[in-house]
Design a binder for this molecule. Sequence first.
Ligand SMILES: *[C@@H]1O[C@H](CO)[C@@H](O)[C@H](O)[C@H]1NC(C)=O
Ligand SMILES: *[C@@H]1O[C@H](CO)[C@@H](O)[C@H](O)[C@H]1NC(C)=O
Ligand SMILES: *[C@@H]1O[C@H](CO)[C@@H](O)[C@H](O)[C@H]1NC(C)=O
Length: 355
Amino acid sequence: MKNYLSVFFLTVALIQTQAQDRPSSIAEYINILRYQNTGCIGTNNLEGVCLFSGDCDNKRGANIGGCANGYGICCLEKFTCGGSTSKNETVFVNPNYPFHGENGTNTCQVTVEKDEDICQLRLDLIEFNLAQPDKNGQCTTDSFMVRSTVGERTMILCGDNGGQHMYIDMGRESGNPVVLSVVSNGNKMTRRWKIKISKIKCQSLDMAPTGCLQYYRSSSELVRSFNWGPPTKGNVRYLSNLRYSVCIRVEENFCSIKWETQPSDSFSWGSPFNGGAEGRQCNDDDFIEIYQGSTTGLVVGEDRFCGTRLLSKNVIISQVKPFILRVKSNGNATLNSRNSQTGFSLRYTQLPCMF
Ligand SMILES: *[C@@H]1O[C@H](CO)[C@@H](O)[C@H](O)[C@H]1NC(C)=O
Ligand SMILES: *[C@@H]1O[C@H](CO)[C@@H](O)[C@H](O)[C@H]1NC(C)=O
Ligand SMILES: *[C@@H]1O[C@H](CO)[C@@H](O)[C@H](O)[C@H]1NC(C)=O
């Protein structure tokens, strides 16, 4: 069988390269065959597969270098617009990846098929640069959307979200796929994305608890609002109409959680714009929720926090389990834009039980 295949490939190789720069000897064909379908390293240390150039084009792959002593090309197979997958850990990239970003108007959509025993997807936004939201905090130029037929309303993202992740509920029963789409509008900027899609089995310990868009499983980590970044003058960075939960797995023998800004002035979420506020004062505009949060964690604190500071020292401690940060923003970002609000970048640290 192996010999038969080799002869087959050899024949294909001969036919394919006849008109092109033809290797001078059978030894060179053997060389290509030896490398055919083996791994190779191309530009930027990316991993590809050694193929004949025609094969790489057929698979809509990218030529990232040479292989087989220059007779093959190191081909990066891409999962991009129009693709459909049922594999685990597929990486959805922009069509021009890895060479450049997208400039223009386009809708790029991929489908993740539902397997019976898969309940959730985890999306890791490894690279993610789309156009910024408008003055109302809405993704009116570019948008990233996830559509599944079950569960909550889908999030719409735009801006810069590299390093963020999200969990998508696929439902236990339904056989419906999940569709990821990137809509880009106009040529004012170039967009790039690289999104790892991991499948999570039902009953698996990797499942995020129900209702958690983000889920962290370590004793300390940095949590940022979507599109957090340096202020853009006259424009809000955080998105409007958000309502989601960030959940933290409680480590064994840990009793409370501390949230603090990192860097030090990295909280700017809703009014007031010249300091912080708590509780009912936050009802008029956007806020975050950390149940019974206080500076020490030893008293019954407040649930809602807003403005440009967290309590007096940019630190909040809460003993309420499970540990959850709820994020809420309304649909009117007029004043938030006027004050160039940036969102939040907070480090949580779980604190051990003292008594
Ligand atoms: C996008 O393409 C247009 C037309 O080719 C060009 O004028 C524009 O400068 C490009 N924009 C970027 C950000 O590269
Ligand atoms: C997908 O891959 C990850 C990482 O290797 C693994 O933890 C997970 O169990 C896999 N999921 C399925 C459904 O096989
Ligand atoms: C948004 O808020 C501003 C400032 O509070 C207000 O003047 C404006 O009427 C609001 N817009 C809408 C559509 O509610």
